[in-house]
Ligand binder design. Structure first.
Ligand code: FAM
Length: 428
């Protein structure tokens, strides 16, 4: 991984110089204000951290290394990993080197499987993924080197080493979880000739009539790779790693956040929502019927899964990329038709719902991803967020490798009490 490492080093050096210049000249410059609403409202909208792996523009959506979704969605996950870490796409030799490294490191340590097999049968696959990763912390090179007393400037090298080891094992681990949780537990062997996404598809062992499954998996793993620094899972992973807990601890913690229904679990919730619509209204409901169903859902105090976002204020381009893909391969299924009908109906309803309090009435990536997974034969909804997690770990690893390279300090915002606030506001 010489080439990847050299380019990560270059990126860290360049960013380090930028940060030094910014700090030297502007350390005390204010870039915004903190309001009481920020304190009480989950800090949403508060600009309080830096993340250079990716950026979410409220209108244009995700940018990775300066490339927008249409520009990077045709790439492979390996290319995206390289881009996240270095800010540039790999040349052919660097890509081959990265692929070879991942292949060399693919094997999940044997002790992980009995641990997963011994969990209660109804354990959520996200719990299994998080536990499987945590159990691999025994192999952390960072942990070993830290205990040997390596200097701070080398922290990133072993974070990158751990990251590659972890990422390489994800197809085998994720597919193994699928086989244990939903089949007879018999694992399918890794195939050295296949790439990272193809191996995942191969080891899942799903019979699918459609040969575009691997293409879809590539797209899925690319589109979910990162979503800047402040979302629940990435932020959690950053906080944990900022204490110099290794990347296995950090990734496992991040996944526990991704497992929440307001975050990554929304993709399984969306398909459930569509299934409930079909159960009640039949397989091809009219738009008016869908409209009434959505209104009923809102009136009962529930959210419409797959719609809304803390940062985005327009249709998520990742949703659009999936829609485009489905148009090419599979948009005649009843579920996909309902995805499209919901897209025609929900934004209009959310715009005016309760005086327009929903900040973003448009679909996010989860509004369609589960439907496509289902089309390819993944019928176990509980598994969907595992695939989201496999992809998102690319972002966790890149963000934290860079953070360690920049020697970023422990993350520790200061909290205050109601009393402090009331005193401050002069209302005690
Ligand atoms: N349906 C109904 N109400 C919604 C809504 C939706 N899809 N999205 C937001 N709201 C409500 C929200 O619950 C809040 O109501 P209260 O004031 O009564 O608490 C109000 O609108 C203002 O919320 P907001 O400022 O627009 O959004 P937040 O920043 O608080 O929350 C989300 C953002 C994503 C958690 C929220 O839009 C939501 O719950 N969406 C549905 C779940 C979902 O699709 N999550 C996936 C997000 C995705 F990007 C990901 O992480 N994978």
């Amino acid at each position: 991984m010489k080439k990847l490492k050299e380019n990560v080093r270059l990126r860290i050096e360049t960013q380090g110089r930028e940060i030094a210049r910014i700090l030297e000249n502007y350390s005390d410059t204010e870039i915004g204000k903190v309001t009481v609403k920020h304190l009480m409202g989950g800090m949403r909208g508060l600009q309080a951290m830096v993340c250079n792996t990716s950026y979410v523009d409220p209108q244009k959506g995700l940018f990775v290394g300066g490339f927008d979704v249409p520009a990077f969605s045709g790439k492979t996950p390996e290319e995206i990993l390289y881009l996240l870490c270095t800010g540039v796409f790999p040349k052919k030799d660097a890509l081959t080197e990265l692929r070879d490294e991942l292949a060399k490191r693919h094997e999940v340590p044997r002790h992980v499987w009995p641990l997963l097999r011994n969990l209660p049968k109804d354990t959520h696959p996200m719990t299994m993924l998080s536990m499987g990763i945590l159990a691999m912390d025994s192999q952390s090179v960072f942990k070993q080197k830290y205990s040997e007393g390596i200097p701070k400037k080398e922290h990133w090298e072993y974070t990158l080493e751990d990251s590659l080891n972890l990422i390489a094992k994800l197809p085998e681990l994720a597919a193994g979880i699928y086989r244990i949780r939903f089949f007879d537990g018999e694992l399918i062997s890794y195939a050295p000739s296949l790439d990272w996404a193809e191996n995942l598809v191969h080891m899942l062992g799903i019979e699918t009539a459609d040969s575009s499954f691997a293409d879809f998996m590539r797209l899925y793993l690319v589109l979910h790779c990162d979503h800047e620094g402040g979302n629940v899972s990435a932020f959690t992973a950053r906080v944990v790693n900022s204490a110099l807990s290794n990347i296995y601890y950090a990734a496992s913690a991040g996944l526990n956040g991704l497992a929440g229904p307001l975050h990554g679990l929304a993709n399984q919730e969306c398909l459930r929502f569509i299934q409930r619509i079909h159960d009640q209204l039949g397989k091809s409901p009219g738009k008016e019927e869908i409209r009434s169903y959505v209104l009923k859902t809102l009136d009962s105090g529930n959210v419409i899964p797959g719609y809304g976002h803390a940062v985005l204020r327009a249709t998520d381009p990742r949703f659009t990329a999936f829609l485009k893909f489905s148009g090419k391969y599979c948009d005649t299924t009843p579920y996909l038709q309902t995805v499209k009908d919901l897209y025609a109906v929900v934004p209009g309803l959310l715009k005016t719902y309760k005086g327009g309090k929903v900040a973003n009435p448009y679909p996010n990536v989860d509004a369609i991803s589960g439907t496509l997974l289902h089309y390819y034969g993944l019928e176990h909804f509980d598994y969907y967020t595992v695939l989201f997690g496999v992809s998102r770990i690319l972002g966790f690893c890149a963000q934290n490798t860079i953070a360690r390279g920049l020697n970023q300090p422990i993350i520790r915002p200061k909290s205050v009490t109601n009393k402090w606030l009331l005193d401050f506001l002069g209302k005690a």
